[in-house]
Design a protein around this ligand. Structure first.
Ligand SMILES: NC(=O)c1ccc[n+]([C@@H]2O[C@H](COP(=O)([O-])OP(=O)(O)OC[C@H]3O[C@@H](n4cnc5c(N)ncnc54)[C@H](OP(=O)(O)O)[C@@H]3O)[C@@H](O)[C@H]2O)c1
Length: 289
């Protein structure tokens, strides 16, 4: 298949290029400013020249705290731009694959959210991403797939794994403990696991929203302990509370997603989060990272 990947230099997009090529697809990566998804004419002029079978949108305004102060910019990229992509994809009969987030929920649950659980975003980021889902569903629900993911990490971009490695190394040098939040629960999810899952669904007829995070769950503190242990960094890690690390945008306390639709279709290939993290590290070591 010919797959156009937008947001191809981002954390997920960069791994999608590699995963899709390894799966034998023809991959066309593109990014801002070559294509600006906020401008329908920009998307149209690029897509019309190549007629992709599938358009994958990995582009977004992903700075959760930044969205709080840049509300208009967040809605333009995370919501309105989705309309541009849906209209162009529809015009060319391309399947549209879009990525969404656990932030569409309020984080107040005590058991995993399924695709049909009521949404109630608490942040500008979550509200803008939910609106993006709604726009795609309204305009092109019959030929689009939306994958909600969470706690993403990968080889490129900034993420929790890199932040903890850096912080742990500096705490090790300064011989002081590293404090990490222990009252937010979610599921660390490797970019490559998401790419493999999406690619496994690409020629299926199923449409709509899919949860697609790794299996299992933990707190940020537990994830940090795993990172430090497997990376061989000798530092004490201490649990702390969300209140000790106030942020401009509230973080969900409970963000575990159940891949209910994938499981119902017998199509869930998302691995346990600890297994995926080990594979991520082993690939990094082979690459000399
Ligand atoms: N990161 C997480 O923990 C997480 C969790 C749940 C869901 N998600 C979702 O997963 C998806 C991928 O996230 P990510 O972390 O890979 O994002 P990312 O690293 O921030 O990458 C975003 C990409 O979007 C591109 N972009 C920005 N503005 C654009 C525009 N106007 N037109 C075209 N492209 C533009 C960026 O290009 P430039 O670099 O040139 O600006 C970049 O390549 C997003 O939908 C995000 O909401 C992420």
């Amino acid at each position: 298949m010919k797959i156009l990947i937008i947001g191809s230099t981002g954390q997920l997009g960069s791994d999608f290029i590699v995963s899709a090529a390894l799966a034998g697809h023809i991959v066309v990566p593109v990014d801002y400013p070559k294509v600006d998804i906020r401008d329908q004419a920009s998307v149209e002029s690029y897509v019309s020249g190549m007629a992709p079978d599938v358009i994958v949108n990995c582009a977004a305004f992903t700075a959760v705290d930044g969205c709080e102060t840049e509300r208009d910019a967040a809605f333009l990229l995370n919501a309105d731009a989705c309309g541009n992509l849906a209209r162009v994809a529809k015009g060319h009969s391309s399947v549209l694959i879009h990525i969404s987030t656990d932030y569409v929920f309020d984080g107040g649950a005590s058991s995993p959210y399924v695709e049909s659980s009521p949404t109630n975003p608490q942040t500008v980021y979550g509200k803008s991403k939910l609106r993006g889902e709604e726009i795609i569903t309204e305009l092109y629900g019959g030929n689009s797939m939306i994958f909600r993911i969470a706690w993403l990490y990968g080889a490129s971009g900034s993420n929790f794994v890199k932040t903890i490695r850096r912080a742990a190394e500096s705490c090790q040098q300064e011989k002081k403990p590293l404090r990490v939040v222990n009252d937010q629960i979610g599921t660390p999810t490797w970019t490559v696991s998401v790419c493999r899952q999406i690619l496994s669904m690409i020629d299926k007829k199923e449409r709509g929203i899919f949860h697609s995070t790794s299996e299992g769950s933990c707190s940020w503190f537990e994830f940090a302990k795993e990172i430090v242990s497997l990376c061989g960094i000798d530092v004490d890690i201490e649990p702390c509370t969300t209140e000790e690390f106030p942020r401009p945008a509230p973080r969900p306390r409970y963000s575990v997603l159940e891949n209910a639709r994938l499981k119902a279709l017998n199509a869930n290939i998302m691995p346990d989060w600890r297994e995926a993290f080990k594979e991520f590290l082993s690939i990094g070591k082979k690459a000399g990272a």
